[in-house]
Design a binder for this molecule. Structure first.
Ligand SMILES: [Zn+2]
Length: 246
C-alpha cells in the first residue's frame, strides 16, 4: 500500500466507497426495469454486508471499554431515531416505486444521505483500529453501496430521473460518508479515549439502520427465505474475508 498520510488514506478509501455508489445504475442501464425480487435481494445484500461490518467492527474495535461501547451503541440508535424524526423520514416507505408525490424523491435521497453518514463514522472508526482493517471495511461498504444505489436508482428512474443524474445523486448522497470518515478519524486520533464510544456509536447506528430500513423493505420484495439466505451469505463473506486477512 502507498505510504500516504493517514488522513489521505482515509480520504482515498472513503471516496472509493462513495463513488462505487455510481455503479448502482448499471443494472437498470443494462437490464431496464428490474423485477421486485431483485430489489429485495439488493436490499438484503446491502443489509448483510452492513451486518458483517457491524459485527467485525464490534469484535475488533472493542477489545476493552465494552461499557463505553454499549453506551455509544445506545447513543447511535438514539441519534438515528432522532435524525429520522427530525427530518420526518422515520416511517418513510422506501418501497413506493410508483409514488409520484414530488416530496417523495427528495425524502428518499435524504434518507440515503443520513444513512451514509453513519457508514462514514464506521470507516473512520475502523481506520483507527488499524489502517488495513479500515481499508477492508471501506471495501465492504463500497460493495454495499452498489446494491443500495441500485434500489435508489429504481425509485428515481421510476420518477423520470435520468440515469446519469441518478448516478450523480447516488454518489452525492454518499459524499458525507467521506466527510464523516475523515472527521471521525481526525477527532478520535486527537482524543483516543473516545474510540470505544465511537465504535459503539457506529455499530449501534448501523444495526438500527439495517433493521429499520433495509431488511423490512427487502421482506416486502422477495421471499423471506431467500432474503435471509442472501443477508446471511453477505454477512458471512465479510466475516470470512476479515478472518482470512492478517
Ligand atoms: Zn448503506
Amino acid at each position: 500500500m502507498l505510504d500516504l498520510d493517514p488522513i489521505l488514506t482515509v480520504l482515498a478509501w472513503a471516496s472509493l466507497a462513495a463513488f462505487a455508489a455510481g455503479l448502482g445504475v448499471l443494472p437498470r442501464a443494462v437490464l431496464g426495469r428490474l423485477p421486485r425480487a431483485v430489489l429485495g435481494w439488493g436490499n438484503a445484500l446491502a443489509a448483510g454486508l452492513m451486518l458483517g461490518v457491524a459485527f467485525v467492527l464490534l469484535t475488533e474495535g472493542l477489545p476493552t471499554g465494552i461499557g463505553y461501547g454499549a453506551l455509544g451503541g445506545a447513543l447511535g440508535v438514539g441519534v438515528v431515531l432522532f435524525t429520522h424524526a427530525l427530518t420526518g423520514t422515520a416511517e418513510l416507505d422506501l418501497n413506493a416505486l410508483d409514488d409520484l408525490d414530488p416530496a417523495y424523491g427528495y425524502q428518499v435521497v435524504l434518507v440515503n444521505t443520513l444513512h451514509a453518514a453513519w457508514e462514514g463514522v464506521a470507516i473512520g472508526a475502523a481506520m483507527l483500529v488499524s489502517v488495513p482493517f479500515g481499508v477492508s471495511m471501506a471495501v465492504a461498504l463500497a460493495i454495499h453501496n452498489v446494491p443500495e444505489a441500485m434500489v435508489l436508482t429504481e425509485i428515481l428512474a421510476g420518477r423520470g430521473v435520468r440515469l446519469t443524474h441518478a448516478a450523480a445523486l447516488a454518489v452525492g448522497a454518499n459524499l458525507n460518508q467521506v466527510m464523516m470518515a475523515v472527521v471521525t478519524f481526525a477527532v478520535v486520533s486527537a482524543a483516543p479515549a473516545a474510540l470505544p464510544w465511537v465504535v459503539g456509536l457506529a455499530v449501534g447506528a448501523l444495526l438500527q439502520l439495517l433493521l429499520s430500513e433495509l431488511l423490512p423493505e427487502s421482506y416486502h420484495q422477495a421471499g423471506h427465505t431467500s432474503i435471509a439466505l442472501v443477508a446471511l451469505l453477505a454477512m458471512g463473506m465479510v466475516v470470512a474475508f476479515h478472518g482470512a486477512t492478517p
